[in-house]
Design a binder for this molecule. Sequence first.
Ligand code: OOG
Ligand code: MG
Length: 256
Amino acid sequence: MSNLGNLAEIVDEAARNATAVPQLTIDAPDLTPDDGYAIQAMAMARRLSRGERRVGMKMGLTSRAKMIQVNVEEVIWGRLTDGMRVEEGGFASMADYVHPRVEPEIAFLMGAPLSGNVSAVEAMNAVEAVAPAMEIIDSRYKDFKFTWADVVADNCSSSGFVIGNWCAPDTDIANAGMVMEIDGQARQIGSSAAILGHPVRSLVAAARMVAQWGESLEPGYIVMAGGATAAEPLAAGMSVRNNVQGLGAVSFQVEA
Ligand code: OOG
Ligand code: MG
């Protein structure tokens, strides 16, 4: 257990200082995904003890494009804090990251608690609003390379998120076109249907997966459904925008 605590300190310090570290599984090849979740929980406790506040969770690797890009074929989840939020239309700073990437997502705002095995209808009934979103992911591992256990320990590369305007929960998100532009040029084009066939399935999976770790999706939580396309590397000076059919656009800029 204390060993997992040491590993939590390594990934937490790497995130805090925006410095790359070797994959944990190089020195600890037997690390399991469950160990990864235990490490993630301990690393999150360290963040919260520094004054950050929990605001939700993110699902990861919910589309084929994402699984292929990072070579891990498992749906994963991580925790979001207020410190990760980038204001809509605001700035993200390269200084806060190691090698950040951005991906187009859809976000849910929970209106009621949700946990355990639920149907898609039950999941949507707990949703207060949906929004166009982007996630800034930043693996703390060298070369953005990791195993399933590594990435889970590293809070699933969570480092930033941007949320656009909240829309009514009955807005059709089944097959919404998504175009992510950098400096006005379309760089990733996809559909919300790439997210497990329908983003609500990501929410259903989220409720089930957090319950395994004694958690619930709480009212007011933001839940990120996962990237619909592969992620794009960020660099200072970029202007990034995700246009989601029926939901509107969300944008931010990158500064040094
Ligand atoms: C892992 C996190 C994946 C998503 O939306 O699929 C993720 C990574 O790609 O580094 O956030
Ligand atoms: Mg993501």
